[in-house]
Design a protein around this ligand. Structure first.
Ligand SMILES: Cc1cc2nc3c(=O)[nH]c(=O)nc-3n(C[C@H](O)[C@H](O)[C@H](O)COP(=O)(O)OP(=O)(O)OC[C@H]3O[C@@H](n4cnc5c(N)ncnc54)[C@H](O)[C@@H]3O)c2cc1C
Length: 264
């Protein structure tokens, strides 16, 4: 690691103004992505601004069909929450599939979404459910948020405060996980709303994306037989040591079928 200074902040305005003042600074949530990056010397922030003591960034709130999860809420809390399980079971299920117990106890939804790792799980739920990312300065729809590999619509000092979801009729997540890290080789989140079905895919591209052909088929008939005939193109999909693009295309359909079967 390169040396850096560590700042504990107590409020959102304090964190944001410190970040604006210190141009080489980074926010740190649970450190489950950032610490690895620092250890490998892939980044060199001069300062880290710890979000861990800002109480208003944590917690789960349900109002009718609206579920709001604070940015600093850990994956383990989301996975165990009876409120999340009853409102959007697919989100609790996805959080429980992230990594291992240690990572789930430290990693946060805000950090995962801000990081936008191409194999991360949460971006699939956020895009699949068309969630709203609430920052210190605005609200961003999921369709406008995920720009590219490790790239989002966030401006340099912008801080995610929470993510707001609207409960669908049914949803589920299915992932073919990497056996060591448990990141998604391919993960598919399916959500059925009264007037549309959304299908979001992670692990297969540079960033999470929607699969419009499966969405159209499922909007007409929310059943596995609607997607079985679809030929998924491997063009442009990730290809690496673990899975080539053809295999990822195959996984996309298999995971979508699993998610539709398990949707509740
Ligand atoms: C061994 C291992 C296995 C893993 N397996 C999986 C897996 O299976 N699936 C999966 O999805 N993930 C996996 N992860 C990643 C894990 O889910 C992390 O929780 C996630 O990447 C974010 O980490 P964090 O919340 O600790 O954020 P940090 O690492 O602290 O921060 C990540 C980035 O987000 C920024 N940031 C953090 N919070 C905010 C905020 N509120 N507003 C704006 N910017 C912010 C930081 O500046 C930094 O750039 C794994 C990690 C490890 C170490």
């Amino acid at each position: 690691m390169y040396p850096f200074s560590f700042h504990h902040t107590k409020s959102i305005p304090e964190s944001v103004s410190l970040k604006k003042e210190l141009s080489e600074a980074k926010y740190i949530a649970g450190g489950q992505s950032l610490v690895g990056v620092l250890k490998l010397r892939l980044d060199k922030p001069s300062e880290l601004i710890n979000l861990g003591s800002i109480r208003e960034l944590s917690g789960i709130c349900i109002e009718g069909k609206t579920l709001t999860i604070g940015a600093m809420t850990r994956h383990a809390e989301v996975a165990a929450s009876s409120d999340v399980k009853s409102c959007i079971p697919g989100v609790a299920q996805l959080a429980g599939l992230i990594a291992d117990r240690m990572v789930r106890n430290m990693g946060t939804i805000g950090g995962s979404v801000a990081n936008n790792d191409p194999s991360a799980d949460y971006p699939a739920a956020v895009l699949g459910l068309n969630a709203t990312i609430i920052t210190n300065q605005r609200e961003i729809q999921a369709d406008d948020f995920f720009i590219g590999m490790f790239e989002t619509a966030l401006e340099p000092s912008e801080l995610i405060q929470s993510i707001r979801f609207t409960a669908p009729i049914k949803s589920a997540y299915a992932k073919f996980k990497h056996p060591a890290s448990r990141y998604a080789v391919v993960g598919v989140f399916v959500a059925q709303f009264p007037n549309e079905v959304r299908v979001a895919v992670t692990g297969a591209g540079a960033s999470v994306f929607r699969h419009t052909e499966m969405e159209k088929a499922l909007s007409k008939d929310f059943s596995t037989s609607a997607i079985e005939p679809i030929q998924i193109s491997a063009q442009g999909l990730n290809s690496d040591f673990f899975a080539d693009s053809q295999y990822r295309a195959h996984l996309m359909k298999s995971m979508a079928i699993q998610a539709v079967n398990n949707a509740k």
